[in-house]
Design a protein around this ligand. Structure first.
Ligand code: OFO
Length: 174
């Protein structure tokens, strides 16, 4: 793997861990507001981000590449409402989409088709991540100031469960 590609993978691993921390912070915020369903949804998102980071890391190990681990930024946010949190989710995922696309482009430019293929799962995953955030934002906007509607959305988000993602291109059991 060329140096630039390897460094871009390492940077992406750091971003995925940052994403995990950001969602953990959001989960804590929702929990403090008594919105347990949203706390659950963001906690499941935290678990997903950890899996994203771990799978990138497994991939680098599979390719016998070293990973540079660096400090994770402080993810604390000061949100005023659930809508503001989910708008932050969308903005953050759009940023991650750009970063994932960039990693795939670096792989392609390096003529590393294996890495490019591996990244395609992440490319598709970002479509889902942005769609999920958009969907929740739409429902929160529709609910307006109606606390019954808010609690209904909270209930729905409480049903989300974590399923470890299966990413093609990794050895079995990774
Ligand atoms: Fe939220 O996305 Fe990871 O990759």
């Amino acid at each position: 793997m060329n140096k630039k590609l390897s460094e871009t993978f390492s940077a992406q691993i750091n971003k995925e861990y940052f994403s995990a921390f950001l969602y953990l912070g959001m989960s804590n915020w929702f929990n403090q507001k008594g919105l347990r369903g949203m706390a659950n949804w963001t906690y499941v998102q935290y678990q997903e981000e950890l899996a994203h980071a771990q799978n990138l890391h497994h991939y680098m190990q599979y390719r016998n590449e070293s990973v540079t681990l660096s400090q994770i930024d402080d993810p604390s946010g000061s949100w005023q409402s659930p809508l503001e949190v989910f708008r932050h989710v969308l903005k953050h995922e759009q940023y991650v989409t750009e970063s994932i696309n960039n990693l795939a482009t670096v792989a392609l430019k390096a003529n590393d088709h294996a890495a490019y293929n591996f990244m395609q799962w992440y490319v598709s995953e970002q479509v889902e991540e942005e769609a999920n955030a958009n969907d929740i934002i739409d429902r929160l906007v529709l609910s307006g100031d109606n606390s019954n509607a808010l609690l209904m959305i909270d209930d729905q988000l409480g049903a989300r469960t974590f399923a470890a993602p299966v990413v093609p291109g990794l050895p079995a059991g990774a």
